[in-house]
Design a protein around this ligand. Structure first.
Ligand code: SAH
Length: 439
């Protein structure tokens, strides 16, 4: 029996799909490279912007064609299109979907498959065990011993109410995972060859704030640093208001924690930030970037920006442009505002920036950022950096620097999973090329 998982959207969905794969592997299923050849197709969906939601509808429609000549195909719709409360409209529109699962939860699918196979009695217990026991987390057969970098969710859901954001509605309230579970999962991944773990949460730097009996993110990073086999740790996404000096000092101090911080600003104008209910000013964000750079030498910083938020004037947009130009951050994930049903901004603030104007702001920031990153990367030229190599892509080994820069190296050696010092020989805005030092 074979499964195929289609994953759209954020890293959290990648992690959720990994857990579904693990549960299916326990049931004796194996991964299929094509949906057309699978017995079970999981569609792990995203609704953060309309474009992502539309992709899911397109995929669902094409799956219906396969289902017509293979009615025994099991279609599992999962993730933010379903949400923690279920989605009646989607269920009515796609009646041929067999199972609906909320984000992060493989149990409905496992239960469905067990019941279908006449294993009702085992269903609930087995489903929960296979779906949730962290020390039992297995990677798909093809990935065991091959996957170098993996994700672990540490905070589910989100309780911050950014006015534009649908995630809290679809992923539910903030819930930190018990540290023992996270450690068990990290050890299980390490035993299967994983070298790098990225901890995930919508506001990952709030880890443990909802549970006084848990460590905070600094404490968790310390404990994860002791897991044998794991050589690198990262975490994302942080909210500016929860980036404590303690956390920054922990990143600086622990050798396994990489100097890379993902901390979205979303807009560089105080009125827009207020309308987004982000809870900080652009000046506070500038100070935060100063604090991060003072405490973590050679740090790289990534941010997220939304252009064309309701009411955003040319002048307000210009403040975002100026902020990016001043701060010279390593990465800016750019998005055009997309009203999401049920959110505060969609209900109360007209989507009044025309589409062409959103595109113009988007492209202008994109050009600025490309130029800035090109300059930042040029400084890596002739430097020696330690790269963790992940896989061979079109004849070249692909890896990442501690600062999360993409590096390619030509080598006949098997570099998978190894941290190797390289000399950077060429740079550009998207990636770098390098030579191995010891040839
Ligand atoms: N929890 C994280 C990430 C949320 S989703 C955070 O606090 O930033 C990832 C990114 O999608 C966001 O950072 C934001 O830039 C973008 N995004 C979220 N909602 C959006 C919307 N309605 N329209 C356009 N972009 C959006």
């Amino acid at each position: 029996m074979k499964y195929y998982i289609w994953t759209e959207g954020c890293q959290m969905n990648v992690a959720d799909s990994q857990r579904v794969a693990s549960a299916l592997e326990h049931l004796g299923y194996h991964a299929s490279p094509k949906a057309e050849e699978a017995d079970v197709v999981v569609m792990n969906t995203c609704v953060v912007r309309q474009s992502a939601e539309d992709k899911a509808y397109g995929r669902l429609t094409s799956l219906n064609k396969i289902k017509k000549y293979r009615p025994e195909l099991v279609i599992n719709l999962m993730g933010c299109l379903v949400g923690v409360k279920g989605n009646v409209k989607v269920a009515e529109r796609f009646p041929y979907v067999d199972v609906f699962s909320p984000p992060s939860d493989p149990t409905p699918l496992v239960e469905y498959l067990l019941k279908r196979d006449g294993r009702e009695l085992e269903a609930v217990e087995v489903a929960q065990r296979f779906a949730w026991q962290d020390e039992d987390l297995v990677l798909p057969v093809e990935q065991r011993g091959n996957l170098v970098s993996a994700f672990i969710p540490i905070v589910y859901g989100c309780s911050h109410a950014c006015t534009y954001c649908i995630i809290p509605y679809r992923r539910g309230v903030e819930l930190s995972r018990p540290p023992e579970e996270i450690l068990a999962e990290a050890r299980a991944l390490a035993a299967q060859g994983v070298k790098e773990i990225t901890l995930l949460g919508q506001i990952v730097d709030r880890y443990g704030q909802d549970r006084p009996d848990y460590p905070n993110l600094s404490g968790l990073l310390r404990r994860l640093s002791n897991v044998d086999g794991i050589e690198r740790l990262r975490f994302l996404t942080s909210h500016p208001n929860w980036m404590t000096d303690e956390l920054l000092d922990t990143v600086a101090e622990l050798p396994k924690v990489m100097p890379h911080i993902e901390v979205p600003i979303q807009a560089g104008d105080d009125v827009v930030l207020e309308n987004m209910r982000r809870g900080y000013t652009q000046q506070q964000y500038r100070e935060l970037v100063g604090r991060i750079r003072a405490r973590i030498p050679s740090v790289s910083i990534a941010t997220d920006i939304i252009v064309g938020f309701p009411g955003e004037t040319e002048e307000q947009y210009q403040h975002t442009y100026d902020l990016l130009a001043d701060l010279k951050l390593d990465v800016a994930h750019l998005a055009r505002y997309s009203p999401r049903g049920g959110t505060v901004s969609a209900r109360r603030m007209p989507d009044d920036v025309p589409d062409e104007e959103k595109w113009r702001r988007f492209r202008t920031l994109e050009e600025l950022q490309e130029k800035l990153v090109d300059e930042i990367h040029a400084r890596y030229l002739d430097q020696t950096v330690e790269v963790l190599f992940e896989e061979k892509v079109r004849g070249r080994w692909k890896g990442r620097t501690p600062t999360n820069k993409l590096v390619f190296v030509e080598s006949e050696a098997d570099l998978r999973g190894q941290v190797v010092p390289v000399r950077i020989t060429r740079t550009g805005p998207w990636s770098m090329q390098a030579h191995l030092l010891a040839a």
